[in-house]
Design a protein around this ligand. Structure first.
Ligand code: HEC
Ligand SMILES: [Cu+2]
Length: 322
């Protein structure tokens, strides 16, 4: 067992040490100024103690000293601007995932993390990921706001109800790391913990195979059948009262309001829970809301299916196959 004392958990993700450097630099500058101010405070308290014989009338305090004022305005401004630029650079770069990622779905609820892999495996309070490969999480909450936090990866992202948020990281070390909920979310918030298990790609593949069930895509295809979506939506053709769903994902959709939208996961989610909000031009306002019928996981699975039939050239495996 490793019992050596560490101020921070070891960095286990690409870019993690840049964030440490920034945090240490901020701490150093803040400490420097705190010390200077504290020392000045003590010096003045002692020097101007009420029983001391000192000249309290001297006039130099009242005079403006332009050079001093310029210096103590410009110097802190420059320091802050440096941190602003540096922080913004690290933030923006850190929030752009590479194009090819391992995609994993995360649903948070009081008080657990439910995780779904594209290949079908599901787990609770555990997240298996491969080392050295970028991983992208698409996250949503079933109830209140949670926050996905893996200190060793130096990143944290709020997980919101009714809206997707994403987070990506690239683990650099195999091992087991803490996962915390970092947003107070009720009585057992402190128990909303898990582990991130970083494995070699071979171990990860093996783990995925051992837990193989239906993939989210396949489950999504099933939901279309079991929730009656197919009464109105033929996946391929627009020969029913609802528009066809193949080729929908990623397309530009004309709305009755005159606007067009690019269909992404968030749009599909809105179309399912709040179908009246935006209407496909040329169709009737008749789709019921499924807000109370479908869980966030089921909506993610339907989205995964719609994504898989985004490129609708060639035969599409229809939901009827189940
Ligand atoms: C009563 C018929 C009906 C049922 C049942 C129905 N829909 Fe719809 N759906 C529509 C109609 C009509 C539209 C187009 C008008 C609009 O935008 O609301 C639509 C639009 C959509 C859209 C937006 C895409 C687009 O082209 O407008 C999605 C996504 C969608 N439905 C998914 C589903 C899913 C998933 C289910 C089942 C859980 C479902 N629908 C059940 C009638 C229906
Ligand atoms: Cu929480």
């Amino acid at each position: 067992m490793n019992t050596s004392f560490r101020l921070l958990p070891e960095v286990a993700s690409r870019g993690g040490s840049e964030i440490d450097l920034l945090a240490w630099a901020l701490l150093a500058v803040s400490t420097l100024f705190s010390v200077v101010i504290a020392v000045a405070l003590i010096v003045f308290v002692v020097r101007y103690y009420h029983t001391r014989e000192v000249n309290r009338q001297s006039g130099w305090l009242e005079r403006h000293h332009l050079a001093t004022e310029i210096v103590w305005t410009i110097v802190p401004l420059l320091i802050l601007l440096i941190f602003f630029g540096w922080g913004a650079e690290v933030y923006v770069r850190g929030h752009q995932p590479p194009p090819e990622t391992t995609n994993i779905y995360v649903v948070a609820k009081q008080w657990m993390w439910k995780i779904g892999h594209e290949q079908g495996s599901r787990e609770i309070n555990q997240l298996h990921v491969p080392v050295g490969q970028p991983v992208r999480l698409t996250m949503i909450s079933e109830d209140v706001i949670h926050s996905f936090y893996v200190p060793a990866f130096r990143n944290k992202q709020d997980v919101l109800p009714a809206r997707y948020t994403t987070l990506w990281f690239q683990p650099t070390k195999t091992g087991v790391f803490h996962l915390f909920c970092a947003e107070y979310c009720g009585t057992s918030h402190s128990a909303m913990r898990g582990t991130v298990i970083v494995q070699t790609p071979e171990e990860y593949e093996q783990w995925l195979r051992s837990g193989e069930e239906l993939s989210p895509e396949q489950r999504g295809r099933r939901h279309l059948a079991s929730f009656g979506c197919l009464q109105c939506h033929d996946p391929l053709e627009g020969n029913r009262s609802g528009p066809p769903l193949a080729g929908l994902y990623g397309s530009l959709l004309p709305l009755a309001s005159g606007h067009t939208v690019r269909v992404d996961a968030s749009y599909i989610r809105r179309a399912i829970v709040e179908p009246q909000a935006e209407i496909h031009r040329g169709y009737q306002k008749m789709m019921p809301s499924y807000q109370t019928h479908l869980t966030p996981e089921q909506i993610l699975e339907i989205t995964a299916y719609l994504k898989s039939i985004a490129d609708a050239s060639g035969p599409v495996p229809g939901p009827a196959a189940f």
